[in-house]
Write a protein that binds this ligand. Structure first.
Ligand SMILES: [Zn+2]
Length: 300
């Protein structure tokens, strides 16, 4: 088998797995790999990824000009080209619509909380690229903002995108995103999503080298009480992860509970004020921090 025929077979296999796992429906999704230094092998337009054959693939140059193939290249070719331009290290790009992760993308909830050690060491955070009309040049522009520092991202009201050192590596990241989304969804349904503390996140980040994981960028420094916006953390150069300081604990209670917990504390304090403590509201440093973070978030 030549290297090219082997890559064609790999794309067919990954397409079959994506369709089997319902990451795509109908003709959704697309897959590409680098073929040498100046060409790409890409899935064609309007084909179900579960029923492809090796001969269906297109070969294009890095500007998207079709060099061979009976069919036209993927309608999302512009997004793939942008990724290869921005990331010389990337050998393969996978795009799909895995339903749970896409649900987060529709809800506008990024998968950027420090919840699973495995995800923190591999993908880091999974941001949401702003909504863009599919197949237009808007989509590559939206992806450009995050692709230098992230190997996987959600696409607002659309789906997900992953990249890797080969087509299987890119596909496995898609599996990781959907798996993470499912776990996070269940934890939220159960009403509590404890977070891994910042100190532990930094420990996990240091382990990336030990595990031989090449992350595209480090996790952003802790913005503290001021929030990422004010602290100047930029998703183009580092990964923004929601991981509060643990103060010695490696897990931190669900931050989603914090505003409610703080409110009830304030209400409690106000209630007891009538009982004669001069209406003073006492907040711990963490509660105050959470209130400030919440206010900053609502301003964005
Ligand atoms: Zn799509």
């Amino acid at each position: 088998m030549t290297p090219e025929s082997s890559l064609r077979a790999d794309i067919v296999e990954v397409g079959r797995r994506m369709y089997a796992r319902a990451y795509t429906a109908s003709n959704d999704g697309n897959i590409s790999v680098r073929l040498g230094t100046d060409r790409l092998l890409m899935t064609p337009k309007s084909v179900c990824k579960g029923f492809m054959t090796p001969d269906m693939m297109c070969i294009t140059d890095l500007d998207g000009k079709k060099l061979s193939g009976d069919r036209d290249p993927s309608s999302e070719m512009l997004m793939h080209l942008e990724v290869y331009r921005q990331r010389p290290d990337v050998q393969s790009v996978v795009h799909a619509h895995p339903p749970i992760a896409t649900g987060f993308a529709v809800a506008g909830i990024p998968l950027n909380r420090a919840v699973l050690a495995e995800v923190l060491t591999t993908l880091g955070s999974i941001p949401i690229a702003e909504y863009a009309t599919p197949s237009t040049s808007e989509l590559p522009q939206a992806v450009r903002k995050y692709i230098k520092a992230h190997d996987g991202m959600l696409l607002a009201n659309h789906g997900a995108l992953t990249v890797g050192a080969d087509v299987y590596a890119a596909y496995y990241k898609m599996e990781t995103i959907e798996h993470f989304a499912k776990i996070s969804f269940v934890a939220r349904l159960l009403g509590n999503e404890n977070l891994i503390a910042r100190e532990e996140v930094e420990r996990l980040q240091a382990l990336r080298g030990t595990y031989g994981i090449k992350a595209p960028a480090p996790i952003c420094p802790d913005p503290g009480a001021l929030g990422d916006l004010i602290a100047g953390n930029d998703p183009a150069s580092c990964q923004i992860v929601e991981a509060p300081a643990g103060g010695g604990s490696r897990l931190v209670p669900d931050s989603a509970d914090r505003p409610a917990a703080i409110l009830s504390r304030i209400e409690g304090a106000a209630g007891s004020a009538t009982a004669g403590d001069e209406g003073e509201i006492r907040l711990t440093y963490r509660e105050l921090t959470a209130l400030i973070e919440d206010a900053i978030r609502s301003l964005r």
